[in-house]
Design a protein around this ligand. Structure first.
Ligand SMILES: C[S@@+](CC[C@H](N)C(=O)[O-])C[C@H]1O[C@@H](n2cnc3c(N)ncnc32)[C@H](O)[C@@H]1O
Length: 309
């Protein structure tokens, strides 16, 4: 690994995706929990796949294949493909295909949960004289310095910086990455991620690291995740996506976080227990201040998606 200070985008790319990078050597599920680890999420995605009458599903950034394993049970007859640069999990059912690179053409349904937040970006900061500069980072320590002046139309349009100390993660790289995915798809494409819009940009950015289930110092040394929230309005404008909060999308797909009626506990105790468990999962996936705040970016070239903002 390189040792000198590097622009954040280079250090981030090395840390996650180089030969000994974080996602090459460990599974996301060993370090953090995402929606795909909550059973009801796959049920909602399966419902959308059925409504779209899709025959094939690609999961981009499939991690350990958690979502695909669940869909395998729920959607017999639908072809399932993981696109993931980490190795195929050895215990994945044979029927699930596994590709290291994005196929040239993907139909009919593509989902990418918590993928865009891991697309490395330039990180910039306003110096004491008011000049926007590229932030450089030492990969082994996370120590930062400011590099050359940085100017980009994307910043002026989507994330204007004015005050010394303000920072941004430049979303142009995410716009390009998602445009590349969407341009290969005939059907529905959904990116799901935490993010912000022009109305609520975080003044100091959101660069974070996670390892072993907790937040740790941000160091691009390959031992931890490096992530930043997605400027979802910019990505949506680039690809013409509809933006929907996860809680609203899941409600449209039939998830309900309300508890089952108490009299069910007497008339059908096991149905009551199942209802309680389902409500608990829906509650986690739809929570304000939690997974419910996530954004779904939905494009639908065939008009089958039937999700509204
Ligand atoms: C945060 S994890 C999300 C995993 C899973 N979708 C989930 O929700 O738990 C991001 C995953 O995307 C994969 N990934 C990132 N860039 C990729 C690329 N260009 N091609 C394939 N996989 C990629 C990483 O290896 C990692 O497993």
């Amino acid at each position: 690994m390189t040792t000198g200070p590097l622009p954040w985008r280079n250090a981030w790319t090395e840390a996650l995706y180089a030969e000994r990078g974080f996602f090459r050597t460990s599974r996301p599920a060993d370090h953090f929990r995402t929606s795909v680890h909550v059973g009801a999420f796959a049920g909602a995605i399966a419902e959308l796949v059925r409504r779209a009458d899709a025959r094939r599903v690609h999961d981009v950034g499939a991690g350990g294949g958690e979502l695909l394993r669940a869909l395998h049970e729920l959607l017999p007859g639908v072809q399932l493909v993981g696109v993931e640069l980490a190795e195929r999990p050895s215990d994945l059912p044979d029927a699930i295909e596994w590709e290291e690179e994005l196929p040239q053409v993907m139909d009919d349904f593509v989902i990418a949960n918590e993928w865009l937040d891991n697309v490395p970006c330039d990180v910039v900061e306003v110096d004491d004289a008011g000049v926007v500069r590229k932030v450089l980072v030492h990969p082994a320590t996370g120590e930062e310095t400011l590099g050359d002046a940085y100017s980009l139309q994307w910043l002026d349009t989507w994330w204007p910086l004015t005050e010394p100390g303000q920072r941004a993660e430049v979303g142009l790289m995410r716009d390009g990455a998602w445009n590349d995915v969407v341009s290969r798809v005939r059907g529905i494409t959904i990116a799901i991620d935490y993010g912000h819009t022009r109305d609520d940009r975080p003044p100091f950015g959101t660069l974070r690291s996670y390892a072993d289930g907790r937040e740790v110092d941000v160091v691009p040394d390959g031992s931890r995740d490096i992530t930043a929230h997605v400027a979802v309005d910019s990505v949506a404008a680039t690809v013409g996506a509809t933006l929907i909060r996860q809680r609203d999308a899941l409600a449209q797909l039939g998830l309900d976080a309300s508890r089952p009626p108490l009299d069910l506990a007497h008339s059908d105790p096991s149905a009551y227990v199942r209802g309680l468990a389902a409500a608990g999962e829906a509650g986690e996936l739809m929570a304000r201040g939690g997974l419910g705040d996530f954004w779904w970016l939905v494009t639908d070239t065939l008009g089958h998606g039937r999700l509204t903002s």
